[in-house]
Design a protein around this ligand. Structure first.
Ligand code: ADP
Ligand code: MG
Length: 416
């Protein structure tokens, strides 16, 4: 008999809500983690991106909280977008139950969050803003029963681990700790050894079958990457597309250059205002925007359906990042293509990625494409506020005869 949400003991109200959103049976990680979490075990869940971790911790939390008894669970996630996404997902699961979920992240006003937290049972938060609230004593976590860390490896990578530890220490030692991620690092082992009570570790198979994801690369001269990309965007039969760049400055330049070529592209990076980022993501979700140029961090963990292509315009230094990036496509059993544009300087990094993750990536033969210019100087004002409004272009005659002086050079080079 195959496992269903009923057979692993999920409440009928949740099963009904899950059916409505097309979850007919649990994924591997859900099947393993949900019963253990409900038994009160501290748990470390390791599974790849796209394997359904949100429901693996979300479902048992919703079942175990008592409505109207104040904050009982905190979920920490590394980015604002993830916090937003987890809240939305949890709200769907709890459609037929009483459960209030507060989203807490930086870049927006504190007061509405304080209001929201005051009648929530579950808080989903980024570590920075959560600490802010704790320091201002606008919320107390001393009575929480569940502490969840999502994308724990990313938290470490982004330098949030100390914040996480500080938040942990604001909770009672009796809370149950649940930690999810794709890999286990030294720092995570630190949390396990210092804070967790006899934790169980579960690992799970990927939900999305790997063969639904086809991975390719092109060897291309750095100076021709842009021309090749434009050619491929025009040639490939595509649905939604995410183009990853490792630096914010590249995200901005690439978006602007694509627009100059008449290709409607939107950008997503960490220095944009929160509202702008959420707006861009919503447009993309709704299919109103189809090409998203993003920095790795800004798009980390985002779950957007119908992403047919992920392009790596360049590679991040961290090999793990490649796996996270390509995980944005071929989600929930759909097919997808990941195409990496390999310049000469990317070869070492790429070799490391391939050997570390045993990936099969096929080289594609050279293409013929027209060579296009790539403008590296745009008005400062536009650089600063994260870009133009959608659809705006730069007609030739509006461009400056001389490039403006590059101000803020060092800032524009920072990774977000
Ligand atoms: P992860 O956090 O492991 O990267 P997510 O929780 O974001 O994965 O889930 C990945 C995708 O799979 C989402 O679109 C989610 O709605 C979908 N999904 C999760 N669990 C199931 C399930 N049991 N059945 C069908 N789809 C699912
Ligand atoms: Mg996730």
């Amino acid at each position: 008999m195959s496992t269903t949400f009923e057979t692993i003991g999920v409440m009928p109200q949740i099963v009904k809500a899950l059916q409505e959103i097309g979850f007919s049976k649990p994924t591997d990680i859900q099947e393993k983690a949900i019963p253990l979490i409900k038994q009160g075990k501290d748990l470390i869940g390791m599974s790849k991106t796209g394997s359904g971790k949100t429901a693996a911790f979300g479902i048992p939390l919703i079942e175990m909280i008592t409505p109207g008894r104040g904050v009982q669970a905190i979920i920490l996630a590394p980015t604002r977008e993830l916090v937003h996404q987890i809240s939305i997902e949890l709200k769907k699961f709890s459609k037929y139950l009483s459960c209030h979920i507060a989203s807490v992240f930086g870049g927006v006003a504190m007061n509405p969050q304080i209001q929201e937290m005051s009648h929530a049972e579950i808080i989903v938060a980024t570590p920075g803003r959560m600490l802010d609230h704790l320091q201002r004593r606008t919320v107390s976590l001393s009575a929480i029963k569940f502490f969840v860390l999502d994308e724990a490896d990313k938290m470490v990578e982004m330098g949030f681990i100390e914040d996480v530890e500080r938040i942990l220490s604001a909770t009672s030692v009796e809370r149950q700790i649940i930690l999810f991620g794709a890999t286990l690092s030294k720092e995570i082992e630190g949390i396990r050894n210092n804070h967790m009570h006899q934790p169980v570790t579960v690992e799970a198979e990927m939900h999305v079958k790997e063969n639904f994801l086809e991975q390719y690369y092109y060897n291309v001269d750095q100076r021709e990457k842009f021309s090749l990309l434009v050619h491929l965007l025009k040639k490939e039969k595509r649905d939604l597309v995410i183009i990853f760049c490792s630096k914010r400055s590249t995200v901005e330049l690439l978006t602007k250059n694509l627009r100059l070529q008449g290709i409607k592209a939107d950008m997503l990076h960490g220095k944009m205002t929160q509202n702008k980022r959420l707006h861009v993501i919503d447009q993309f979700h709704a299919g109103k925007a189809t090409i998203l140029v993003a920095s790795s961090v800004a798009a980390r963990g985002l779950d957007i359906k119908d992403v047919s292509h992920v392009f790596n315009y360049d590679l991040a230094q961290d090999p793990q990042e490649y796996v996270h990036r390509i995980g944005r496509t071929a989600r929930a059993g759909e097919s997808g293509k990941a195409i990496t544009l390999l310049g000469y300087q990317d070869h070492d990094t790429f070799r490391q990625i391939l050997s570390r993750y045993h990936l099969t990536v096929h080289e594609l033969p050279k293409e013929k494409y027209p060579l296009l210019g790539f403008n590296t100087h745009f008005e400062d004002r536009e650089r600063r506020d994260g870009g133009f409004h959608r659809g705006s272009r730069f007609p030739r005659d509006e461009r400056r005869p001389f490039p403006p002086r590059r101000r803020n050079y060092s800032r524009s080079m920072t990774r977000d």
